[in-house]
Design a protein around this ligand. Structure first.
Ligand SMILES: [Zn+2]
Length: 174
């Protein structure tokens, strides 16, 4: 089997018996002393004399590294499964904390807040929804037990007439 390589000086393509690999010869084309490479990776590829053995040895190492890295990657993948499982476990454990919070919340008293529509009108602007919303935010959603709509009548000071309006009664813990 012949080793086919190119002279680094004149790029003359040369074919030498593989038995002569590593020995120094004179290029038949330009007369420069060149070393026959161990193997020529590709006949057409431009081959410098020292690199092919280095590239060959490097190529031999690369698959080993690739296998090692892929094996390491598999190990990482195996490790990741338990790691991702642990947070799930801690999340389940965290479900106890809301119970503790709930236990503390039972210490709070049940209170009632009635918000009347007429009390929420400022300078002609109806801020009823805003008032109720801000109150609910202040109480906190978990503390809200119920929200009950009400209607009531009151005397309008301007017209001296009885007017019916609406309100909400919020039952909450606080
Ligand atoms: Zn040459």
């Amino acid at each position: 089997m012949d080793i086919i390589f190119k002279c680094p000086e004149c790029e003359q393509e040369l074919a030498v018996d593989s038995a002569g690999a590593g020995s120094e010869i004179e290029c038949p084309s330009c007369g420069e002393k060149i070393v026959i490479p161990e193997q020529a990776p590709a006949p057409v590829a431009p081959v410098n004399l020292p690199p092919p053995p280095a590239a060959g040895s490097g190529g031999a190492h690369q698959p080993v590294n690739a296998i090692a890295s892929s094996a390491a990657a598999k190990v990482e993948m195996h490790l990741k499964v338990p790691v991702s499982a642990k947070p799930t476990g801690s999340l389940i454990a965290k479900s106890n904390k809301p119970l503790e919070v709930a236990a503390k919340e039972t210490d709070k008293k049940v209170r009632v807040k009635t918000i009347r529509h007429t009390d929420c009108i400022e300078v002609g602007h109806d801020k009823f929804d805003e008032f109720v919303s801000s109150f609910l935010v202040k109480v906190g959603e978990p503390n809200v037990i119920s929200i009950n709509p009400l209607t009531y009548t009151h005397i309008d000071i301007g017209s001296q007439k009885l007017l019916t309006d609406y309100a909400v009664m919020i039952v909450y813990r606080g």
